[in-house]
Design a protein around this ligand. Structure first.
Ligand code: MN
Length: 198
């Protein structure tokens, strides 16, 4: 069964003014669409075609096409889901407790996450990851993620921020920190909570 580009739960312009409609359209249709079709091409005709994306990522270190395009497929699936036009603010409940346990306060978490996103050199992602020792902030290069065998910090990604220039250059040009701040206004904490509980 081929991997499919998922639809979004909101319109391309729904995250304005934080993420502009044109960026969303190109990012979803062209970039995510490209990763999806290249992933399908990479697994077609082999036993990999029957494996879940999680299983493919767990062995991605041995296959550059799966690592780049499987990572791109999974990472963007998560990215669209953890944003919402009604997002932003702070989480509550068990997620806030876990954040406080791991980082001291929500403010300290936000600073650490934003710093991970700002200081990732070149293209990559910032992550909030559920690990055996609680929540951890990390970042990865390119389309790597914490589910991969090659990841420095392994676990379940519950929040991910794309810091490739294609994610922000049209609106923010070289001002990555402004884009990171804007992203914080659309984080869907309800979705992040769901992932943490899974
Ligand atoms: Mn991207």
């Amino acid at each position: 069964m081929a991997f499919e580009l998922p639809g979004l739960k909101y319109d391309y312009n729904a995250l304005e003014p934080y993420i502009d409609a044109r960026t969303m359209e190109i990012h979803h249709g062209k970039h995510h669409g490209g990763y999806t079709s290249k992933l399908n091409a990479a697994v077609e005709g082999s036993s990999m075609a029957d494996q879940s994306i999680e299983d493919l990522l767990a062995m991605a270190g041995g296959n550059a096409a799966v690592r780049n395009n499987g990572g791109g497929f999974y990472n963007h699936n998560l990215f669209w889901k953890v944003m919402s036009p009604t997002g932003g603010g702070q989480p509550g409940g068990a997620l806030l407790d876990s954040i406080n346990d791991a980082f001291g306060s929500f403010g300290d978490f936000k600073e650490k996450f934003s710093n991970a996103a700002a200081t990732r050199f070149g293209s990559g992602w910032a992550w909030l990851v559920k690990t055996d020792r609680g929540l951890v902030v990390t970042s990865t290069p390119n389309q790597d993620n914490p589910l991969m065998d090659v990841a420095e910090i392994k676990g379940l990604p519950v929040l991910g921020l794309d810091v490739w220039e294609h994610a922000y250059y049209l609106k923010y040009q070289n001002r990555r920190p402004e884009y990171i701040e804007a992203f914080c206004n659309v984080i869907d904490w309800t979705e992040v909570s769901k992932r943490l509980g899974s």
